[in-house]
Design a protein around this ligand. Structure first.
Ligand code: CIR
Length: 255
């Protein structure tokens, strides 16, 4: 059975990093309920969940996706772009060290920086966003780690978004969900695209697994397009996670 790590939401979550603060404060209790529903969603997809304990000193610690890139039994523990998040990776690295399914664990070193949210694997390609969080040394490190495993690494220059996967996410090995008006479809040559309308960009980040997907609720057109493409949608309320610039893939790390 596939396993995913998540991390509980700390009391300090209300001080998570945000690019544009929302008027309403984060409701931490509600965020915890949404996180629990997410974990149940993973279970509905047939994924067994291991929940890591929160780290109070790191308000963003529930966004475990940013701490490692794991593909086909190889893990690269990242060096997150935000300095305040760098202390999150040690315990993720420790947890990964106990997974028998991993045959290699690498550690990213300075000056490289990379957030897992900037990485999207589609088949044998890994698209990596060059963002405010991920630099070219980070992209090089992904290439050094996964190139020998037969993956090609495609840098994607981003502007105006936190992470690559804020505007797109994989739907298996040959298809992606991509927000209209974000990245040019030409970047994803040979990959089938299901588009999300521009005014539903947030929903372009979904967690896809075996023809089902966890999708943010409140985005009817994206839901309809996914269903038309044969994806069974499990809708989840992410209001509080979103206030901290988080979305669905950010909350787990599939091993
Ligand atoms: C941050 O700014 O780092 C967090 N508040 C949000 C991280 C979201 N992670 C992701 O999209 N992979």
């Amino acid at each position: 059975m596939t396993t995913a790590f998540t991390r509980s939401i700390p009391d300090s979550f209300a001080s998570a990093l945000v690019s544009e603060p929302t008027e309403a404060a984060i409701d931490v209790a509600l965020a915890r309920m949404q996180h629990a529903a997410y974990e149940r969603g993973l279970a509905r997809l047939g994924i067994s969940v291991i929940t890591l304990p929160p780290i109070e000193a790191h308000p963003d610690c529930c966004f475990v996706e940013d701490c490692a890139l794991i593909i086909d039994g190889v893990a690269l523990v990242t060096r997150p772009g935000a300095e305040t998040r760098r202390g999150e990776t040690a315990t993720v690295s420790d947890a990964l060290a106990h997974r028998a399914s991993l045959r290699r664990i690498e550690q990213m070193r300075a000056p490289a920086t990379l957030d897992g949210g900037d990485c999207m694997r589609v088949g044998r390609q890994i698209f990596v966003g060059l963002s405010g969080r991920t630099n070219s040394e980070g992209v090089d490190c992904v290439r050094e780690t996964f190139g020998p495993e037969g993956f090609s690494v495609v840098p994607v220059v981003l502007s105006g978004v936190l992470h690559l996967k804020c505007v797109c996410s994989p739907l298996g090995d040959r298809r992606i969900l991509l927000a209209d008006g974000s990245i040019s479809a030409a970047t994803f040559d040979g990959i089938e695209i299901v588009s999300a309308p521009r005014d539903e960009t947030y929903a372009a980040n979904c967690f896809f697994w075996n023809d089902k997907a966890l999708v943010a609720s409140g985005f009817p057109e994206t839901r309809a397009r996914l269903e038309l493409a044969g994806v069974e949608v499990i809708a989840l309320d992410t209001s509080e996670i979103r206030k901290a610039d988080g979305s669905l893939t950010c909350l787990s790390l599939v091993v």
